[in-house]
Design a protein around this ligand. Sequence first.
Ligand code: E4P
Length: 228
Amino acid sequence: MKYFLDSAKLDEIQYAYKTFGIDGVTTNPRHIMLSGKPFMIAITDIANWIKEEGLEGIDRFPVSVEINPHLDDADEMIEMAKKVAALSPNFAIKIPCTEAGVTAARKLEQMGIRTNVTLVFSPAQAIFAAKNGSLFVSPFIGWKEANGEDCKEYIKNIVEIYKNYGFYGKTEIICAAIRTPKQIVDCAVAGADIVTTGLAVYQDAMKHAYTHQGLETFINAWDNTITE
Ligand code: E4P
């Protein structure tokens, strides 16, 4: 199970890499906006940091970057994707699961530009991403569960379909919009390859009341022991 950070803030990415050993990053237009930087600067800063860290290579530390969501023509999507992909060998281009998006993603994969089909809300949509040979598919969890839909079955179905047809492990399943540690576990049990979420969820996932209580017990024992 790989952990990706869902953020475009460089300081958060650096912290999560150092602390939690995250395996990659996902961004979207909302995260770019929250970084407070212009789009090109935000993604160039991430590309430069990847180089400085010696993490170059999409297999080593993939970063998903979403193209302009206004675009609804496959050729225009491809043009922008080419410009973004040229900035770093680590960038996978995030494209919405629409007719134009899937058309563009298929062509980009044929050109050797890796893609992440995003805004996926059904197993039928996830099949399109796999048939395209996209590197990633991003089924959204939090948005569906906020709507009262159960996501365990949803992810299990995608995993089973991918296994049935030889897509599993080729198009990696990134469970996105994860809001809680329980959702991380549900996705892992269902067989997802990756979860992506913000720093706060990983920090919550690290905590357990018994860990804290146990530490207190051991500190107390240490303080009442001759340790020299
Ligand atoms: C995933 O790739 C998306 O960037 C993300 O999870 C979208 O959802 P959110 O912004 O509501 O968390």
